[in-house]
Design a protein around this ligand. Structure first.
Ligand SMILES: O=P(O)(O)OC[C@H]1O[C@](O)(COP(=O)(O)O)[C@@H](O)[C@@H]1O
Ligand SMILES: [Mg+2]
Ligand SMILES: [Mg+2]
Length: 334
């Protein structure tokens, strides 16, 4: 255990380095951690509790069937943050429009985006799932209502981003723009403990990660690049193993710790890919880049995109700098 620092203490120490900080930002991170513990408990007991597994009977704004846990997690994160009144607007995968907030939120200085439950297709199979979050400073004047433009900012303006992985243990990973730190939930004491300080994504890897079931619809360039990974004629000089869980949080988590790349590309059936810019691609891009990696949509960086819509989709290629440089050269000629 890394010196027994818990997440609350870590956030407090980080805040002390900014004497003008008000504590609002720290409060947001602490409430996200609290909500993560509640969702973790729901996920752990999902098969036992009534009304947790299965479909909600609705579709979300991206057209996916909502699972009950998607909706439960959405409510848990909203309720935990609503309580502290530090944000002026919130966007979520599960809501078509930004969540409208009552008058008392006008002073909130932050705008928050969530994928409350990522990897929904894995929920019923006890496979790792997660939560992704992204925090911006508001752009609209304090004292008025927050608006969509507070959310639709390019990724490089994020002030914090991260994810929670509900896996064999529950882990919370985040960055506030000064590196990436990872905390593991000790369920016996109910605390997130700093277990992986200042993570750097490794250059060496054994893995690549992409849904090869879609390969018939990929570009020829992408297909032949992925083929090189199955021979020793690639930047790693060895045959790589495929690893694809189908929960972005879990696939990115492995990539962060184990190197290589994760991708959900555009293909002829999904010309913009599948993953959503504002609450999947941008926050994961910030985490990966803060750990020394790269995150691109193709020709350019994910975090440079000026967003148009809350639920906008974007192709994603992220991982170690070495892997993404090579992939970008081979597939996009850059
Ligand atoms: O099943 P596919 O098409 O490979 O898609 C997997 C991707 O879809 C997602 O599950 C989408 O996330 P949601 O579950 O939040 O909708 C990602 O986590 C994952 O990377
Ligand atoms: Mg998702
Ligand atoms: Mg989701």
């Amino acid at each position: 255990m890394q010196g027994n620092i818990n997440l609350t203490r870590f956030i407090y120490e980080t805040q002390k380095a900014f004497p003008t900080a008000t504590g609002d930002f720290s409060a947001i991170l602490n409430q996200i951690a609290l909500a993560a513990k509640i969702v973790s408990m729901e996920v752990n007991r999902a098969g036992i509790l009534d009304d947790v597994l299965g479909y909600q009977g609705e579709t979300n704004p991206s057209g996916d069937d909502q699972k009950k846990l998607d909706v439960i997690a959405d409510n848990v994160f909203f309720n935990a943050l609503e309580h502290i009144e530090k944000f002026c607007i919130m966007g979520s995968e599960e809501n078509e429009n930004p969540v409208k907030l009552p008058k008392r939120y006008k002073k909130g200085r932050y705008a928050i985006l969530f994928d409350p439950l990522d990897g929904s297709s894995n929920i019923d199979f006890n496979v790792s799932i997660g939560t992704i979050f992204s925090v911006f400073r508001r752009t609209s004047p304090e004292g008025g209502d927050g608006n969509l433009q507070d959310l639709l900012q390019p990724g490089y303006k994020q002030v914090a981003a991260g994810y929670v992985l509900y896996g064999s243990s529950t882990m919370m990973t985040f960055t506030t723009g000064q590196g990436v730190n990872m905390f593991t939930l000790d369920p016996q004491i109910g605390e997130f403990i700093l277990t992986h300080p200042n993570i750097r994504i490794p250059d060496a890897t054994r893995y690549y990660s992409i849904n090869e079931g879609n390969s018939a619809n990929w570009s020829d360039a992408l297909r032949s690049y992925v083929d090189t990974l199955k021979t020793s004629d690639n930047i790693h000089g060895k045959v790589l193993s495929g690893r694809y869980i189908g929960s972005m949080v879990a696939d990115v988590h492995r990539t962060l710790l184990g190197g290589g790349f994760f991708s959900y590309p555009a293909d002829s059936a999904n010309p913009s890919g599948k993953l959503r810019l504002m609450y999947e691609a941008n926050p994961m891009a910030m985490v990966i880049e803060q750990a020394g990696g790269r995150a691109i949509y193709g020709e350019g960086d994910i975090m440079g995109i000026i967003p148009r819509e809350l639920h906008q989709k974007i192709p994603v290629f992220l991982g170690s700098k070495k892997d993404i440089d090579a992939l970008q050269r081979a597939v996009f000629g850059k």
